[in-house]
Design a protein around this ligand. Structure first.
Ligand SMILES: Cc1cc2nc3c(=O)[nH]c(=O)nc-3n(C[C@H](O)[C@H](O)[C@H](O)COP(=O)(O)OP(=O)(O)OC[C@H]3O[C@@H](n4cnc5c(N)ncnc54)[C@H](O)[C@@H]3O)c2cc1C
Length: 395
């Protein structure tokens, strides 16, 4: 047997929080050839895209400062995982053969085709290229031009707040209670901040149509909107579906509790793109880093011929920036359900900035010391429900 035959080839698809950490974690074994495929040469800190849009922060980091020695970065997009040939097909026409794949393609901005004009006129914020277009459009507009942010979730609130602090005239259309997962005191705190900074919050209203300079609400009201930003939630890339692998209804790869695809245990999913037992964790960078380590552990167990561990991870609430000097850290139980306590103000802002920095510094630490990532365990995940079990696509 040659030395080549004894090495294990792992292709990590997607260099976000989960994939980059997983790639570094795989270096716990010296006999693994690790290739990371990502469409752009820089890491994107998606948690800072609202800052990037508002011109209050950057959102890219050179992979050279994040990846451990020996990891090969291929700047390309995977178009199909050919499980029969054990090869990842790339947009450039190249193919990468593998023993294992880590599926870490993350999530995308989602603009619904069901809302007339949304795809044509609204600007998403949740992907780097879209955020760059949005930033350029904002730069063309006078500061008092009416801006509508559609979506009362975490991304919508952060985006509305960031722009309002820059003096923009912002309306936030929530389509229901603003961040319904927060506690009532947490919601009141954020609402007061938004109101003090001039944001018009329309909680119950729904945008039903978008035009070049207006939005139409469900009750027929037409509101001037020179720029409409769409932030109603995330989608996922279609790679799993294109590869004939089963997914949940959104398109996340359906896995068992060790993150291995239910169709092929050589494909291991992580981060926003994973649906363990059809019951995914909340899409978050908080979950992604730890899931990256756990996906890499599953691959390492397969290589070692040992049984992989089931995932064990807690999510403990969210932290949303309200401009550059304030944030709201919603405290929560280990199953991510909010308690009636939050941390606001400058302390909240310090916590928020700390968590954003930690998400990146733990990747760097993993590059220096593979296996160093620790995470909060013991989070209760709901059992896979009958409806979740049905909510899968067939290959
Ligand atoms: C404005 C904003 C603020 C946020 N704030 C927070 C926060 O405060 N806290 C928090 O926990 N979460 C936050 N999030 C969510 C968080 O950013 C995501 O949940 C997180 O990035 C998921 O990490 P990931 O590694 O799974 O995927 P991603 O970070 O999305 O990385 C996936 C990577 O895979 C690449 N990729 C996709 N398809 C392919 C393909 N076919 N081939 C190769 N590569 C591919 C993508 O281009 C990307 O580089 C925020 C998101 C946004 C947009």
């Amino acid at each position: 047997m040659t030395e080549h035959d004894t090495r294990h080839k792992v292709v990590v698809i997607g260099g976000g929080y989960a994939g980059t950490l997983a790639a570094n974690h795989l270096r716990m074994r010296a006999d693994v050839d690790i290739t990371l495929v990502n469409p752009r040469p820089d890491f994107v800190e998606r948690v800072r895209l609202h800052q990037f849009v508002a011109g209050t922060g950057d959102a890219t980091i050179d992979y050279g400062t994040l990846l451990g020695e020996g990891i090969q970065l291929v700047v390309d997009s995977a178009t199909r995982i050919d499980t029969a040939a054990r090869a990842v097909r790339l947009a450039s026409g190249r193919a990468l053969s593998y023993d294992y794949v880590i599926y870490a393609v993350g999530s995308t901005a989602a603009v619904p085709s069901s809302v007339p004009g949304a795809a044509e006129f609204a600007f998403p914020v949740a992907e780097f290229e879209a955020a760059r277009r949005l930033r350029a459009r904002l730069a063309e507009l006078p500061v008092d031009a009416p801006v509508t942010v559609v979506g009362g979730g975490l991304t919508g609130v952060e985006t509305a707040a960031e722009l309002a602090e820059q003096g923009r005239a912002v309306t936030l259309v929530c389509g229901g209670a603003m961040v319904s997962s927060w506690s009532a005191p947490g919601r009141r705190y954020a609402a007061r901040w938004l109101s003090r900074h001039g944001v018009t919050v329309l909680e119950a209203d729904v945008v039903t149509e978008v035009g070049p300079d207006a939005v139409v609400l469900a009750d027929g009201t037409v509101r001037s909107s020179v720029l409409t930003i769409w932030a109603t939630g995330f989608g996922v890339p279609g790679l799993a579906v294109a590869s004939g692998l089963r997914t949940d209804t959104l398109g996340r790869l359906l896995t068992d509790e060790t993150l291995a695809s239910v169709d092929d245990d050589r494909v291991v999913a992580t981060g926003d793109a994973a649906a363990p037992s059809g019951h995914p964790l909340r899409m978050s960078c908080q979950a992604a880093g730890a899931l990256g380590a756990q996906a890499a552990n599953t691959v390492l167990s397969h290589i070692a011929g040992t049984a992989p561990a089931v995932i064990d991870q807690a999510l403990t609430g969210s932290c949303v920036s309200l401009g550059r000097h304030t944030a709201m850290r919603q405290l929560a139980r280990k199953d991510d359900t909010a308690v009636n306590l939050y941390i606001g103000g400058r302390l909240g802002a310090a916590i928020k900035e700390f968590t954003c920095k930690v998400a990146v510094s733990r990747i760097r630490r993993e590059a220096r010391e593979p296996g160093s990532t620790a995470w909060v365990k013991g989070g209760r995940r709901l059992e896979q429900s009958a409806s979740a079990a049905r909510a899968v696509t067939s290959p």
